[in-house]
Ligand binder design. Sequence first.
Ligand SMILES: Cc1cc2nc3c(=O)[nH]c(=O)nc-3n(C[C@H](O)[C@H](O)[C@H](O)COP(=O)(O)OP(=O)(O)OC[C@H]3O[C@@H](n4cnc5c(N)ncnc54)[C@H](O)[C@@H]3O)c2cc1C
Length: 412
Amino acid sequence: MATQEIWDAIIIGGGAAGLFCAGIAGQLGKKILVLDHAEVLGEKIRISGGGRCNFTNIDSTPQQFLSLNPHFMKSALARYPSSAFIDLVKTYGIGFHEKQAGQLFCNDSAKQIIALLFNECEKGNVQIRHPVSVTSIQRKLNYWEVFTSPGNSYGSEKTHAVVMATGGLPVPAIGASGFALDIARQLGLDVVSPRAALVPLAFTAKAFTNLEELAGLSLPVAIRAGLKGKRYGLCQFHEDLLLTHKGISGPAVLQASSYWEEGELIEIDWLSTAADVSGAGVFDHIFSAEGNRLKTADNILAGIIPQRLAKMFAAQAGLLGKKWAEVGKTEQQALKASLTQWRVKPAGTLGWNKAEVMLGGVHTNALNGQTMMARKNPGVYFIGECVDVTGHLGGHNFQWAWSSAYVCALAL
Ligand SMILES: Cc1cc2nc3c(=O)[nH]c(=O)nc-3n(C[C@H](O)[C@H](O)[C@H](O)COP(=O)(O)OP(=O)(O)OC[C@H]3O[C@@H](n4cnc5c(N)ncnc54)[C@H](O)[C@@H]3O)c2cc1C
């Protein structure tokens, strides 16, 4: 296609949402150009889900998403639910399995999802150019002009529509940028301030003295974070927690990190192994057992939590070596509280390099949820992670990429 011609749409960003949108629109007969500044496309998909891509979740419903407008994602998820993407994966013969709680992973490799996306683009005669850096977009009388960086042989391109699909800020080393947010601000759209989410939390040595000795331990816990009346309210998750050299990680912590804000406490119940198991109940049960009266607190605890952790709690309560029968009521209550309502203030998150996703993004009030088009800028669309819609851990973020891309593609 000669550069003088006008594309139906230029999609900036050839990641999950961009490629999926391109493939669908192309197959609907639209002339689509994808521009991406990365040397290699699909890198985030390749590293996702530990290399096996948790590509969706059977139960991807609006309740699994955070947004200042909790209704915004409803339409896109209803029109392109996880079952639709699962059907597509099946038509490609990609083997997959459910790991837990509806999370679907490829049996072999995340590369199969990347191949699926490229194949869909090929079917739609989509043109993909990379590495190409886009510098700006400008509204002309009846089209948009997309400018690429100087020295780039492609120059500028004309298009009826521009789709911003440049994702979020996590993992800048593989091409993440805030470009969609910059464009949104230039167009006068509100942006909800971005924050690293699904990210491990760090502690200072003061908050957690013997972290080094505990690193590597993993156990199921109940974790609570956030505050009533704050951005996303209060959350509680029952998942595994992993102690690391820098702080805490694992699914429970990643989930809680989306609700946690700098300066707030988080609360952990180390004895609650599942939603229907109260840590306080477990404590009362084991410590009241007749056979445990002559044992030490760390020995009793070691029956239900890792030994090193049991020792730490007993030591902090000053109970090392003391038989339970000799421990006074006040000390007993203090140990119970520290095990079941352990409150700590994380020093921060491990930041964009370790985050899986970005909270915040282009404000949904600025977008039409049926099409993802900017209300005040006809012809400009925002899809995927750059929008203020963030999923819980477990395949929901890819599902948002697919669903938002689908409704946009149909509107182009
Ligand atoms: C380590 C890790 C593991 C993850 N695992 C999962 C998982 O298993 N399941 C799940 O649901 N989610 C997972 N996620 C989140 C998921 O990868 C993202 O939510 C999803 O990729 C977002 O899709 P997107 O298309 O919006 O952005 P991306 O897939 O990030 O694509 C954005 C594209 O835009 C390009 N780009 C950026 N800036 C520019 C620019 N200025 N000019 C041109 N191009 C640009 C980038 O190069 C990239 O190709 C994971 C994320 C990480 C970091």
